[in-house]
Design a binder for this molecule. Structure first.
Ligand code: ACO
Length: 399
């Protein structure tokens, strides 16, 4: 990479790079991706090894602090996160003010933004103790906020977190438990969800992470920065793709037109018709996360004894697209979101909860990247240049 950060100051020149296709905005030691080779590593560890051997909170520690935790460090971290799961009682009432049919991503970003009204100490971004406690609060409370958004959409009472449970089991109970009956966590679901969350934990300078860094570069607190990241994730070209995939599969099924016909419409670039869950800005051969997710899809559906037509349509769509020159020549392959929706649906989540699940997954990455930026004395406020295309100076009209 060529460092051109002072080019404009020295020469008056600047570069135009829409979508930041060729421009690195930062150095980072957190995540390594080789898009051509389909390689993803967190802090040097291969995603395949991490997914097979770790847990969400252990990976969160790795991303945030740079090394794997010792067993006692992990136990203490887990215990701290459990202790901070409760939302302030007033904050529970924040949900009452929102419409029951609000999209949970809007609820999530509003509630995360509101955390800085309850924890005003977080405003001091240069106090390491405040950064630390804000980190724990975010990790502990985001799943609870997401579960409450879900419960609200169902018109069901919110449950209090059960801190005797692990991070993922607690989350499942908050979503699927009721006041009326005891809730038994299915270990297959718990393991699969943990794995999916791990696969989403970081992905270097994607749109939402770049947003978190950009907002954070103004020295805005971590809640405000993460709330902005949640809004960036909401869009269907980013985190919203998992919800969009399921909608697409449902529409293919309902239309009865068949997969081949749908693929033709994609290739003809009919307005608004894209193969959602396909393509990636960085991966141009395969997305290593997509392989692992596909394995999970088969495992979860088999263990739950679910036969889902949408999974069959997804597999057929993948097979047709991967054999088609249109997709091959454009290097379009399934991305991480292609199969996640099918799994989340089998677990019982409504499609509107898919992107909030992505947000919970991505949270440790946002935190790690925000902290890396905040700790780096070389950080400058993010302020892109533009190429002006408007009129030159005009005389104000005599009226
Ligand atoms: N379906 C059909 N055609 C596609 C798709 C797709 N999903 N993605 C890209 N293309 C085509 C484009 O039409 C373009 O074709 P052209 O050269 O004939 O004009 C070519 O492939 C290059 O596409 P770009 O849009 O320039 O690629 P870019 O890198 O900007 O976009 C993106 C990447 C946004 C992910 C895109 O592939 C897409 O929209 N995919 C569907 C949405 C999706 O799954 N998003 C999730 C991304 S992963 C994540 O956030 C976790």
């Amino acid at each position: 990479a060529i460092d051109i950060s002072s080019l404009s100051r020295q020469t008056g020149l600047n570069t135009l790079d829409g979508g930041f296709v060729n421009t690195a905005a930062t150095k980072s030691s957190i995540t390594y991706i080789d898009g051509d080779a389909g390689i993803l590593r967190y802090r040097g560890y291969a995603i395949e090894d991490i997914a097979a051997n770790s847990t969400y909170l252990e990976v969160a520690w790795l991303l945030i602090y740079g090394e794997l935790p010792s067993p006692s460090e992990l136990a203490a971290f887990d215990e701290k996160v459990r202790r901070h799961t409760l939302l302030h009682e007033d904050m529970r009432h924040l949900f009452d003010a929102l419409p029951h049919n609000a999209h949970p991503m809007s609820v999530l970003s509003s509630a995360v933004s509101a955390l800085s009204t309850y924890y005003q100490d977080s405003l001091d971004v240069h106090d390491p103790e405040q950064v630390e406690i804000s980190t724990i609060r975010l990790l502990a409370k985001l799943p609870v906020i997401a579960a409450y958004a879900h419960k609200k959409s169902l018109g069901q009472a919110f449950l209090y977190p059960d801190n005797s449970l692990s991070f993922v089991d607690n989350f499942l109970k908050l979503n699927f438990g009721t006041m009326a009956e005891p809730y038994q966590v299915n270990p297959v679901l718990s393991k699969a969800l943990d794995r999916l969350l791990i696969l989403h934990e970081d992905h270097e300078q994607n749109a939402s992470t770049s947003t978190v860094r950009l907002v954070g570069s103004t020295e805005a607190n971590i809640f405000a920065s993460v709330s902005a990241g949640i809004n960036a994730l909401y869009g269907p070209l980013h985190g919203g793709a998992n919800e969009a995939v399921l909608k697409m599969l449902g529409e293919i099924k309902a239309s009865g037109e068949g997969v081949a016909k749908f693929v033709e419409r994609v290739k003809n670039k009919e307005e608004g018709v894209r193969l959602m869950g396909f393509g990636h800005r960085v991966y141009k051969n395969f997305d290593p996360r997509a392989r692992l997710v596909k394995e999970s899809a088969d495992e979860v559906l088999q263990s739950l004894g679910i036969q889902d037509d949408l999974l069959d349509i997804a597999k057929e769509l993948e097979a047709v697209a991967l054999a088609d020159d249109y997709f091959i020549s454009r290097k379009l392959y399934p991305n991480v979101d292609f199969y996640t929706g099918v799994i989340y649906k089998a677990m019982g989540f409504p499609s509107r909860m898919f992107t909030p699940l992505f947000a919970i997954g991505r949270l440790p990455g946002w935190i790690a990247q925000w902290r890396e930026m905040n700790d780096d004395p070389a950080t400058k406020i993010g302020r892109p240049q533009q190429v002006y295309t408007g009129p030159p100076l005009r005389a104000w009209p005599q009226r």
